[in-house]
Design a binder for this molecule. Structure first.
Ligand SMILES: [Zn+2]
Length: 194
């Protein structure tokens, strides 16, 4: 009886040792997490442009701007039947968007308001700015053309559609880890009336 107990204790000790070894292997398997430039997973957000009217091609260009500017998140056109994260809708109002960051399981809308285009604002800057909202950037009405999120506070002639280094790094940080679920439904819509 004593012998059996002792054997059992040895087995349990071995199991515990293996479990510890297993944990060490798992911990050692993710050294990439330490390097901020090499995320474990990239978040891919899909957009639907079926209601984007005449702006379909500039919407694709706006996604390309962000895909070239950051590495932690990508914006791609949804394939048929694929889950949609960002719905792009052309309408006659001012551009506006759901304030993100939108997650892979979440969703939001960008309204490509024709009113800004009619007033002479750059369509590419408009969509890059609105996608900036989707990725979690708020408005910063600095009046500077170098800032993407200055929106219509910059001169109407401003055609800069590139996020500045700070805007890029905020988005990188928003998607530093691929969060699978949207914690809360996104309800805040930011409007870009000039
Ligand atoms: Zn805005």
């Amino acid at each position: 009886m004593l012998k059996t107990k002792s054997t059992l204790r040895r087995i349990l000790t071995l199991v515990a040792a293996n479990a510890a070894l297993g944990a060490a292997v798992v911990a050692g398997a993710a050294p990439a997490a330490a390097a901020p430039t090499a995320p474990a997973a990239v978040t891919t957000l899909t957009y639907d442009d079926s209601l984007a009217g005449e702006f379909k091609s500039v919407v694709a260009d706006g996604a390309a701007v962000w895909n070239a500017a950051v590495t932690n998140v990508r914006i791609v056109k949804a394939a048929a039947g694929q889950r949609v994260n960002i719905r792009v809708i052309a309408d006659d109002g001012w551009p506006r968007a759901t304030l993100g960051p939108i997650r892979a399981s979440g969703s939001g809308t960008v309204w490509f308001g024709r009113r800004a285009v009619q007033q002479g604002y750059s369509p590419l800057r408009i969509i890059a700015h609105e996608f900036g909202h989707s990725l979690g950037l708020p408005d910063r009405r600095t009046g500077l053309c170098a800032d993407l999120m200055s929106g219509s506070s910059a001169p109407v002639t401003c055609a800069n559609a590139q996020p500045n280094p700070t805007e890029r790094s905020v988005v990188q940080r928003n998607y530093a880890t691929a969060v699978a679920t949207q914690d809360t439904a996104l309800t805040l819509v930011v409007s870009d009336a000039a």
